[in-house]
Design a protein around this ligand. Structure first.
Ligand SMILES: [Zn+2]
Length: 132
């Protein structure tokens, strides 16, 4: 279905696989923010968390915690980053969690778009209403 599906079913042989569970596979990102940057993917082709069953969400979260523990051991990393772009912003069309170690002075940074953004009780209320 896609490259990530091929990695998940082991038909693509060149991925550097770090971990595999019943519902996930984790491999090195080929364009890492830092050494050890991995992608955790579900073994099902969806592009959004909205289409991912809860048990997959939970397993991906549990795997990300295992990876962060490994960063402490391997890199003595005092921090980490987790990032996920979904839906129309899912770069490969297959849901994936970016997880990478953060090291002092590593130069990684968020880039926010310019402009004012509202932070208010009204914003919180409209989101809260949509959840309930
Ligand atoms: Zn796929």
């Amino acid at each position: 279905m896609c490259l990530f599906c091929d990695i998940a079913d082991h038909t693509f042989k060149d991925a550097y696989i770090v971990d595999e569970t019943e519902k996930t596979i984790t491999f090195l990102d080929i364009n890492p923010a830092n050494e050890g940057h991995v992608l955790i993917i579900p073994k099902m082709h969806v592009d959004s968390i909205l289409d991912l069953p809860d048990d997959y969400v939970l397993e991906i979260t549990a795997v990300s915690r295992k990876i962060v523990r490994a960063y402490k051991e391997v890199y003595c990393a005092p921090g980490y980053g987790v990032m996920q772009n979904g839906g129309a912003n899912c770069e490969f069309g297959h849901f994936h969690f970016h997880v990478f170690p953060r090291l002092p002075g590593d130069g990684y940074d968020w880039v926010y778009p310019e402009g004012e953004k509202e932070v208010s009780a009204e914003v919180a209320a409209k989101l809260s209403k949509a959840i309930s």
